[in-house]
Design a protein around this ligand. Structure first.
Ligand code: SF4
Length: 273
């Protein structure tokens, strides 16, 4: 006799995530005026759902979420006072305490460049252990972006390939903390404070934008920088790398004429109607 398949119970948390996502999207749309195409919106929702499925065990065990940590009364080399602040999640599992810093980055890039993250974790570990007098055993980054290979498998509809990639995906990267390097970290934060306060806002050089290993600085950092369209270095980088072909070139040239602007406006009004 053939076994009857039990219906899969829907996860109530998933329904809540969909609801929160929809509400957040509406809020952001109203605040920013930015509209996503249906495909992009679905992709964004997928990212949240996949992430929840993968990290469910951590999410369910979080003891304290969004813990604000502050290291006040620091001084820069030029005598300016500053405070370092950050937000972390804390999980206590049995005798062990984990401190997590959540980043919207690609896990592979975190694994390849742990030095970009260790400094911040060292500061958090110091505050947690020495100022707040709490036990700590592990520090880790949770990188929420899911890998390209997984995205491609999902888009192609190849479920076997997708499940294989999903299994391989590991967003949790443990990075041991090193209190010896704390002073060095605080000093480098101080240098940034001095530059900001001294209004030294020169952009990085084109060489810097092209450097940085597999994922260039210009792609990894500048792509998320609000000043990129008025930044000389980024314009040069974009032209050189052919970013124009992806449509960004219009921002570097003259503004569109009135007719084009009207088309854009009407298109957006249609979508939001
Ligand atoms: S685009 Fe932004 S981050 Fe990149 S060099 Fe210019 S100012 Fe700096």
């Amino acid at each position: 006799m053939a076994a009857t398949k039990k219906p899969v119970k829907p996860d109530p948390m998933e329904a809540r995530i969909r609801d929160y996502f929809e509400r957040n999207y509406e809020l952001l749309r109203m605040e920013s005026g930015q509209v996503l195409t249906n495909d992009l919106k679905q992709e964004a929702l997928n990212q949240v759902l996949f992430y929840y499925k993968k990290m469910k065990h951590v999410a369910e065990n979080v003891t304290r979420t969004e813990v604000r940590l502050a290291l006040p009364e620091q001084r820069t080399d030029r005598g300016r006072r500053f405070t370092i602040e950050g937000v972390v999640d804390v999980v206590q599992e049995g005798e062990e305490t984990w401190l997590y810093d959540i980043k919207t980055h690609d896990p592979e890039s975190v694994r390849q460049h742990p030095e970009r993250y260790e400094q911040q974790l060292n500061v958090y570990a110091h505050i947690w252990q020495n100022l707040q007098r709490q036990p700590l055993h592990h520090t880790a980054i949770i990188a929420t972006q899911y890998p390209k290979t997984m995205k491609q498998a999902w888009r192609s509809g190849d479920m076997a390939a997708f499940l294989f990639e999903f299994e391989r995906w590991d967003p949790l990267i443990e990075l041991p903390f090193d209190q010896q390097r704390l002073e060095e970290t605080v000093q480098s934060f101080g240098e940034v404070v001095d530059r900001i306060e001294g209004k030294e806002f020169l952009p990085r050089s084109l060489e810097d934008l092209e450097g940085g290993g597999k994922r260039r600085f210009g792609t990894r950092v500048c792509r998320n920088c609000d000043a990129r369209f008025s930044c000389k270095s980024y314009r040069a980088f974009a032209r050189k790398r052919g970013v124009e072909s992806s449509g960004v070139t219009k921002y570097f040239n003259d503004p569109p004429n009135d007719a084009e602007q009207n088309d854009w406006l009407e298109g957006n009004l249609d979508i939001s109607a």
